[in-house]
Design a protein around this ligand. Structure first.
Ligand code: CP
Ligand code: NVA
Length: 303
């Protein structure tokens, strides 16, 4: 079997490849904004497998394939054989014979890794418990659009050391920026789970205000990610002091951007005045999912 390029975690791509994707994203976005047809994936098909809910990921991949001249097919575990115990390896063999790429949103990273090992086509991580690489592509592209290169900049991560946090950490290692992380006790980063090579690109802070000080981006995510719902009540108590509010944005500085992958819970991880305020670029982040993923699909499918 030929070596197939997958995007299962952020550092599956090299720095030069990420930079190329961002160049392509700009071009593809410009074409789209000027209503120019660009159909490099005519007659190509992306299968999208969802084991968890989604609005943005489904829509951006499905619309993206359509806009590139191809098609997206949605499968979920509730009404396919995937939810009835068909081995992941068998599903990968079958599904990958009928399409040109597969996007999966699932639970453990091991599931997507096993799928990819048995796939004849590129596999893209649309979120696992461990990582959310497409989100961070969009977030970094959004930063670059607004402020220029991210190298040497500081991202403050406030809250749970979840899939989105782990992916920021991997991106920092690859693209040479820093992450200041503040999590409640018991929710700290696990270097191995985050897939990091070293601890040179992040620093941990007990007080979220210290993490936010002077940051170029302040970002957070829900206190309870999908798959962890049984811990919700405990988490609400543990995370109360890890809320991004206007005082925190002030300490970051007047040029700091606020980011959130969405969906958000106003009054929990972020206050309404911050997410709806002048620092916030959350809608741009969401839109850029569409554009960066089109560049990613083009790259993985056509090379
Ligand atoms: N940010 C993100 O992945 O959103 P969805 O869960 O709606 O896909
Ligand atoms: N950390 C969140 C991200 C949702 C897009 C979750 O996994 O539920």
């Amino acid at each position: 079997m030929n070596k197939i390029k997958h995007f299962l975690q952020f550092n599956d791509l090299e720095r030069g490849e990420i930079e190329l994707l961002f160049d392509r994203t700009k071009w593809i976005k410009d074409q789209y904004k000027s209503y120019k047809k660009y159909w490099p994936l005519e007659d190509r098909t992306l299968v999208m497998i969802f084991e968890k809910a989604s609005t943005r990921t489904r829509l951006s991949f499905e619309a993206g394939m359509h806009q590139l001249g191809g098609a997206g097919i949605y499968l979920n575990t509730r009404d396919s054989q995937l939810g009835r115990g068909e081995p992941v390896e068998d599903a990968a063999q079958v599904i990958s014979r009928m399409c040109d790429a597969v996007m999966i949103r699932t639970f453990e990273q091991d599931i997507i890794d096993r799928f990819a090992k048995n796939s004849r086509v590129p596999v893209i991580n649309g979120l696992t418990n461990e990582y959310h690489p497409c989100q961070i592509l969009a977030d970094i592209y959004t930063f670059i659009e607004k402020k220029g290169p991210i190298q040497g900049k500081t991202v403050a991560w406030i809250g749970d050391s979840n899939n989105v946090c782990n992916t920021w950490l991997q991106a920092a290692e690859l693209l040479d920026f820093n992450v200041h992380v503040s999590t409640p006790k018991g929710y700290e980063i696990e270097v191995e789970r985050a897939g990091l090579h070293n601890d040179k690109h992040f620093e941990e802070f007990e007080d979220p205000m210290d993490a936010a000080k002077g940051a170029d981006i302040v970002t957070t995510d829900v206190w309870t990610s999908m798959g962890f719902e049984s811990e919700k009540n405990e988490r609400i108590k543990d995370f109360t002091d890890w809320q991004v509010d206007s005082d925190m944005m002030k300490i970051a500085g007047k040029d700091a951007l606020f980011m959130h992958c969405l969906p958000a819970h106003r009054g929990e991880e972020v206050t309404a005045d911050v997410i709806d305020g002048s620092h916030s670029v959350v809608w741009e982040e969401a839109e850029n999912r569409l554009h960066v993923q089109k560049a990613l699909l083009e790259y993985l499918i056509l090379g």
